[in-house]
Design a protein around this ligand. Structure first.
Ligand SMILES: [Zn+2]
Ligand SMILES: [Zn+2]
Length: 768
């Protein structure tokens, strides 16, 4: 027998997922010595013994990984023998983070649920039950390596029973960093709005308040939720009134997939997404008459955002509401409880995370506060997605997904990108990994700027990256660009500006491991173009870090400036005036209170901003159809117009193409004759727009000799448009790339900025 010693270096999602006990259990079956330990870069396993046994063990280690683990690379090194070694053990962590990753927060696992609802278990009804397969991770971690001392659990000393589990490699809680029990861990409490502790069981107390039609501010994983009974009109109206969100659709929580099926149509793929360990909000198509059952939750819309419980606290609310049932069958049976579960952020501000802040900022919003004393280290909203033809369409990527990296095709300089003010995210590129932060949200007021800066520092801390360049938008006037400039000075590295729509296409290329050349089709809201105009409906030839514009949608005047983004009727006026239909504009909108202020600008040459934004074109049509004059929530105009549309044939001759410009005014002229037949307008708009975009794209692809189209931008959320368009493009023999892991909207933009910046740095390097 020949003794050998090797080191296996695992990289990927290998910390905080029970990887070391898995290795320990696996290796124990072989007569080998050595150790396993967390390092700053991943997990190292050193094995020593008979070469044949060693090979068998190495193979076994890659066969049955723990459910949450993902190995991206595995390297092997030969080492000299250590004669004194007698056993295989789990060694202490070593080193500061350089390549390791923090796992995402994971929904409570079935084993923990069994304990949670077992009257004889020491964790019966304990709201912070977790194990190596589940529980909080990202939202409690300050820095790497992922050890209890670096999390907000460091404030809680393990009791003897918990310590035994923590130190026993055979236990499900071996090195479960957030391990806790009622004796030693965090506690729940219920307070009134003055911070006064309320007596009795906190879960029962909170439920009583919900039953009275009032709302509870509940501290969750990545922030507070506002909770009320979704079936009570008075409760929902009260919560909305307090939250200043008059129309915005609210998400609901139900017990399980069977309960969701009572409200909505749920496909197999949707059921799988709902019950996945990431537990996102899934946008489901409502059953008929559901608005009557859930008055005011998502009025007038065909979809409802639904999620299932993912923390013990949420499970406990259902358990309590059902009268604390025994056994586990209740967990799978349909239940009629439906609760509004919406992020607690007073109108547009970032989500609230700490107890003191909750009492101050939610004082007018919540009647009681269901709190606990485990700190939230970083904000993280619920993720939102939809499924379309079985494919994921990400709307908001946050809890359960961040900070899992997108894997890139190639290595390159480390870059930080700061995104844009709408649906902000940040991205750090580290080697082949692209860490896209959780959704930060809209960045405008001082609170949200502060929240963004916190996420930025946390992301740099967790990835241990010192950026070699900072990427940001072309527009220097908003906070994400200001922060980028500041950081570029701080690190003494170049600041690289990336055009908005180019970044959208860049994000798609990054995700698909391509570098071009491709034809980029940006179907978008607004972003500053390199000619100083407001772009948003563009055809770009993209190759590496560079692009050239091949075409655009016919530009419309932005009447009333950026106000037109929120007030589609202003876009309709702009569209009509651009077509020389000033009288028609006055006939349709002349009675609007803002008209008299507008009138003097009309009838003379327009000297304001022009925009080629498809979202704004769509807004104009929604306003002409009488569906949405002013948007009360993001994307309302497009959503209303899409929901109104039915299948129909495109209007022949509805568009023109001149010098790469796509002009839809022939279609608009026809739509004007339909007066206020919203359904006919919406149907014809979608069918003709898809045909026109298809025609335009195919022609440009042929002229530029490109076989691949990358599509991105906020309008990709329009499922009807995308279906029709994709059919045309694939029929024409083009292959199509779309965002999958990231949202097509501005939430994915920071990845594109970082990727384009890296491509430019690589191109500028002297060739070897
Ligand atoms: Zn568990
Ligand atoms: Zn304990």
């Amino acid at each position: 027998m020949t003794a050998t010693r090797i080191r296996l270096t695992f990289r990927g999602r290998v910390q905080g997922v029970g990887f070391r006990p898995y290795v320990w259990r696996t290796v124990k079956a072989y007569p080998l010595t050595g150790f396993v330990r967390n390092t700053g870069a991943g997990v190292d396993v050193e094995l020593q013994g008979d070469a044949q046994q060693l090979r068998a063990c190495r193979r076994a280690l890659t066969l049955h990984l723990p459910p949450l683990a993902r190995v991206d690379t595995l390297d092997e090194t030969r080492l000299p023998l250590i004669e004194t070694e007698t056993q295989f053990e789990i060694a202490d962590s070593q080193g500061k983070a350089s390549g390791a990753r923090i796992p995402t927060d994971i929904a409570t696992c079935p084993n923990c649920l069994n304990e949670l609802f077992d009257g004889s278990d020491r964790r019966y009804r304990y709201a912070f039950t977790n194990c190596t397969d589940c529980g909080p991770r990202y939202t409690i971690t300050h820095s790497l390596p992922y050890d209890r001392a670096e999390t907000s659990m460091s404030a809680f000393e393990l009791c003897p029973a918990c310590r035994e589990e923590y130190e026993d490699p055979a236990s499900r809680r071996f090195h479960a960093e957030p391990n806790a029990c009622p004796q030693c861990g965090p506690r729940l409490m219920l307070t009134d709005r003055f911070g006064q502790l309320l007596k009795g069981d906190p879960i029962a107390g909170a439920l009583q308040i919900i039953g009275m039609g009032r709302s509870v501010a509940m501290k969750g994983l990545g922030g507070f939720h506002l909770v009320c009974d979704a079936t009570r009109a008075d409760a929902v109206e009260r919560l909305r009134g307090q939250k200043k969100r008059q129309q915005k659709p609210l998400a609901v929580m139900v017990l399980n997939v069977e309960s969701a099926r009572r409200l909505c149509h749920v496909s197999d793929a949707e059921a799988e997404a709902l019950a996945s360990v990431s537990r996102p909000i899934v946008l489901l198509s409502k059953k008929e008459d559901i608005d009557a059952l859930l008055p005011g939750v998502a009025p007038g819309l065909s979809t409802l955002g639904v999620m299932l419980p993912y923390t013990p606290m949420q499970w406990l609310l259902f358990h309590e509401a059902l009268g604390r049932p025994q056994g586990s069958t209740w967990r799978d049976e349909a239940c009629d409880r439906v609760w509004v579960m919406t992020s607690a952020n007073p109108s547009g501000e970032p989500i609230v995370t700490n107890n003191q802040e909750a009492r101050e900022r939610l004082n007018q919003v919540a009647d009681v506060f269901l709190l606990h004393n485990r700190n939230i280290v970083v904000r993280c909203d619920d993720s939102v997605l939809a499924l379309h033809d079985g494919q994921v369409l990400m709307h908001r990527r946050a809890r359960g997904y961040a900070p899992d990296p997108v894997l890139l095709q190639n290595d390159g300089p480390n870059v930080l990108a700061t995104g844009v003010p709408a649906k902000n995210t940040l991205t750090v590129l580290r080697g082949r990994e692209a860490f896209v932060s959780q959704h930060v949200g809209d960045v405008g007021d001082s609170l949200s700027c502060q929240a963004m800066e916190e996420v930025c520092h946390h992301l740099l801390e967790l990835t241990a990256v010192r950026p070699e360049a900072i990427a940001c938008d072309l527009d220097p006037s908003h906070y994400p660009s200001e922060l980028a400039e500041e950081l570029s000075g701080h690190f003494g590295v170049p600041l690289i500006h990336v055009q908005h729509q180019h970044a959208h296409i860049g994000a798609v290329l990054a995700e698909h491991g391509r570098s071009g050349p491709v034809l980029g089709l940006a179907l978008d809201a607004v972003g500053l173009g390199d000619d100083g105009k407001a772009w948003g409906g563009e055809l770009l030839r993209c190759a590496g870090g560079e692009f050239t514009r091949l075409g655009q949608l016919a530009p419309l005047p932005l009447i009333g400036g950026t106000r037109a983004v929120r007030e589609p009727w202003l876009m309709a006026v702009g569209l009509l005036c651009a077509m020389g239909e000033d009288a028609e504009a006055q006939r349709r909108f002349g009675r609007h209170p803002a008209w008299p202020a507008l009138a003097p600008q009309l009838g003379k040459p327009f000297d304001g901003w022009l925009t080629s934004s498809l979202a704004l074109w769509t807004g104009a049509i929604a306003a002409l159809a009488g569906l949405c004059k002013e948007q009360r929530f993001d994307n309302e105009a497009q959503q209303k117009l899409e929901e109104m549309a039915e299948d129909c044939a495109p209007l022949p001759g509805g568009w023109r193409m001149v010098d790469g410009q796509l002009d839809l005014s022939p279609l608009v002229r026809h739509l004007l004759t339909l007066e206020d037949d919203a359904c006919a307008i919406a149907s014809l708009w979608h069918a003709t727009l898809a045909a026109a975009l298809g025609d335009w794209t195919v022609q440009a692809a042929r002229q530029a000799d490109l076989g691949t189209v990358a599509i991105a931008g906020g309008c990709c959320a329009n499922r009807r448009l995308m279906s029709l368009l994709l059919e045309r493009l694939t029929e024409a023999g083009l292959s199509v790339l779309r965002p999958i892991a990231l949202p097509p909207n501005d939430g994915g933009l920071s990845l594109g900025q970082a990727w384009v910046a890296r491509e430019r740095l690589l191109a500028a390097r002297p060739k070897a």
